[in-house]
Design a protein around this ligand. Structure first.
Ligand SMILES: *Cc1c(COP(=O)(O)O)cnc(C)c1O
Length: 355
């Protein structure tokens, strides 16, 4: 077997979920498990979070998968239905739906459903991606309040910049959310991970922690460890080849890395087809034998190379961690100019998850 495994620590995920709830005593939390639980595997994560107050996903296909593991749990469709026909299935599955547009709302009102739905009206409080402005939200609240398709009318919105502490847009978004609370909503939800951790005024009734559950930080300047989060995924490979390279020789495609001194190069069984970022530059840290060693040259499809000059004891079969318990995913993401979110969700299907 190819030595590359994503080890998933489910206890870390339940720890991180408990931490989210501790941030907001008395509130409930929808564990966000979209995108295959941010790459960790939807079914095992939902099963591990069997005591969670509920779950949130991006589409009905994901909701179907959650339902097979958690038949009763509260379950929210974050983008609502993509076609009118989906309301039928949403009602059968007993999922809550977001309504973010007039088209979605009209589609719901035109549906004949086996059971009424819990509806979350989405306020566009300033992100300008999805949702109603205040006037439209008030209009649809009035139209939906007595609709036979609706069993509960709730309010939801999403922050654009909560990961940047002190960003003035966050303040403005919170104000716009508070401005519509004169309307009678059964439940309210505003906080993603960053707001769960840093903005108590945004906690409302239902938290929506995503990235923090998986032990990565939503903040550039605060590490997951400092926040008390435990990393859930450790992506581990092995050294499959070793060689000495003389000063002046190059390594990898394009010969983009050149040895400035005689170097020892280890080839590692992980590449961009596994989800390791191809754009990670030379120098990106890789964990090997208790140390960070630098990536050397371009990442290949199935392999990458590191300069292990500093570690004479590296052998064939030595364990390598691309990110995880010993090397925070956020550190690798920063070096590669991306986010922990992207690295975690992009680990491809050919990498076995071991729980
Ligand atoms: C993905 C998502 C979340 C979770 O965000 P994190 O930053 O991962 O905590 C919350 N709410 C909505 C609407 C989302 O799409």
């Amino acid at each position: 077997m190819r030595p590359l495994v994503a080890h998933i620590d489910l206890a870390a995920i339940t720890h991180n979920y408990a931490l989210a709830r501790q941030c907001a005593p008395g509130r409930q939390a929808l564990a966000v498990v979209k995108a295959d639980a941010y790459g960790h595997g939807l079914e095992p994560v939902v099963a591990a979070l069997s005591d969670a107050d509920g779950f949130a996903v991006a589409c009905l296909e994901e909701a179907e998968r959650v339902r097979r593991v958690a038949s009763q749990a509260r379950l929210l469709l974050l983008e609502g239905c993509f076609a009118v026909a989906e309301y039928q299935r949403a009602a059968e599955l007993g999922v809550d739906v977001v309504l973010h547009s007039a088209e979605q709302a009209e589609g719901l009102l035109a549906s004949v459903l086996p059971a009424p739905l819990r509806v979350w009206l989405k306020l566009d409080s300033g992100m300008h991606r999805l949702g109603f402005d205040e006037a439209a939200l008030r209009h649809w609240h009035a139209r939906l309040q007595a609709a036979s398709q609706v069993s509960e009318l709730n309010l939801i919105s999403h922050f654009a910049c909560a990961d940047e502490r002190g960003n003035s847009l966050t303040e403005l978004q919170l104000e716009r959310f508070l401005d519509v609370l004169d309307l009678p909503f059964a439940q309210r939800s505003l906080a993603n991970s960053a707001a769960v951790l840093m903005i108590p005024a945004a906690h409302m009734d239902w938290l929506r922690p995503g990235i923090m559950l998986y032990g990565a930080s939503p903040f550039a300047e605060l590490s997951a460890g400092e926040l008390g989060l435990r990393p859930a995924m450790s992506l581990r490979a092995e050294v499959i080849a070793l060689r000495e390279v003389q000063a002046g020789e190059t390594v990898g495609y394009g010969g983009s890395w050149q040895a400035t001194h005689d170097a020892r190069i280890a080839t590692v069984s992980c590449g961009y087809a596994d989800g390791y970022p191809r754009h990670a530059p030379s120098g990106t840290p890789v964990w090997l034998q208790g140390q960070r060693v630098p990536l050397a040259g371009r990442v290949s499809m199935d392999m990458l190379c590191v300069d292990v000059g500093v570690l004479p004891s590296v052998q064939l079969g030595s364990e390598v961690e691309l990110w995880g318990q010993r090397l925070p995913v956020d550190e690798v993401a920063r070096a590669a100019g991306t986010l922990g979110y992207e690295l975690l969700t992009r680990v491809t299907a050919r990498v076995p998850r071991r729980y």
